[in-house]
Design a protein around this ligand. Structure first.
Ligand code: BTN
Length: 317
């Protein structure tokens, strides 16, 4: 009912009387009033003028499914959104939903996370109401070996969205961190549920520092607000990311991984740079020369020997 009230108020210019609304929704005026009160509590600014009725003055910048889905131009991504005000990690929730058979494109998002997970066992700072923290469930028809394609694809989709919506010229650090200069703006975590030769589902977790202040971020990180010196509407950015993600996901199915790697190379700040890669006990320094057809990073050391790296942590030196 609350969603319907918001939809009606959004699509209506000027005021709408309680009487008209109660007729449209076939409920009492008291029920309308009660729901309007609850919506105000959620942060919607709904003005009530005697003899004229209700008018929506502003919406809260909350990642409510109704807000994200309003005008969202996707076919599968975000058709089902599970929202939490606070949760340990959207990855855990999405993985559980994946195990229960949730459909492809299901998105889990939260205003804040108390145990946000990063790559390589790290944590992800997720202050409430400041960033975008979401996990997307995909059911691609691919082998576990091909799943790294989604890692690079996610970075491309995210990077394009950030540039388009905010104008901040983010770049991709291999494999899928988003940087501004040398500072980390966003991270992506990909988790799989698979058998030897078949992926059952993939969860792509995206964390972006949107309106986060510098003091709430780990050292070496930044946010869109810090970079652009202005706040951004998280809803608009999340919608664009879902749309961009779906377009790239379709392109991968139709044109293959080459289309993704081509765009990845254009957006990356790693290639052509001197890097140090840490992989468990080992570390290696050299020039990052390219990525291969699996998305692995090719590093050329000072002796001219090329080595490929599928995983690890890259530092641009
Ligand atoms: C990284 O760069 O280390 C990856 C960070 C991924 C963070 C996101 S926030 C939403 C989702 N839920 C989590 O717990 N982690 C991912």
């Amino acid at each position: 009912m609350k969603n319907k009230i918001i939809q009606i108020l959004k699509s209506h210019d000027g005021h709408m009387s309680g009487e008209e609304m109660s007729q449209k929704l076939k409920v009492s005026r008291a029920a309308i009033w009660k729901n309007v009160e609850e919506l105000r509590h959620q942060g919607y600014e709904i003005l009530a003028v005697p003899n004229l009725g209700y008018r929506l003055a502003s919406c809260p910048d909350k990642l409510f499914p109704s807000e994200i889905q309003c005008g969202l131009k996707t076919k599968i991504l975000g058709k089902k959104i599970i929202y939490f005000d606070s949760v340990q990690s959207t990855m855990e929730e999405a993985f559980r939903l994946g195990m229960e058979g949730s459909e492809e494109g299901t998105v889990v998002c939260a205003e804040g996370q108390t145990k946000g997970k990063g790559r390589l066992g790290r944590s992800w700072m997720s202050p409430k109401g400041k960033g975008i923290y979401m996990s997307i469930i995909l059911r691609p028809n691919m082998s576990p070996g091909q799943a790294s394609q989604l890692t690079l694809l996610s970075a491309v989709a995210l990077c394009e969205s950030v540039r388009r919506v905010t104008g901040v010229q983010a770049t991709i650090k291999w494999p899928n961190d988003l940087l501004v200069g040398k500072k980390k703006l966003a991270g992506i975590l990909t988790e799989l549920n698979a058998e030897m030769d078949r992926v059952w589902f993939v969860v792509v977790g995206v964390g972006i520092n949107v309106n986060t202040s510098l003091h709430a971020l780990p050292e070496g990180s930044t946010s869109l607000k810090v970079e652009a010196k202005q706040s951004f509407l998280r809803v608009a950015l999340m919608q664009d990311i879902l749309e961009s993600f779906e377009q790239w996901y379709e392109r991968l199915a139709i044109q293959g991984f080459k289309a993704v790697t081509k765009r990845w190379r254009e957006l990356s700040s790693t290639l052509g740079r001197r890097v140090c890669i840490h992989n468990g006990e080992k570390s290696l320094e050299g020039e990052a020369v390219d990525i291969n057809e699996f998305g692995a990073l090719i590093i050329c050391n000072d002796d001219g020997v090329k080595m490929t790296h599928m995983a690890g942590d890259v530092v641009e030196v």
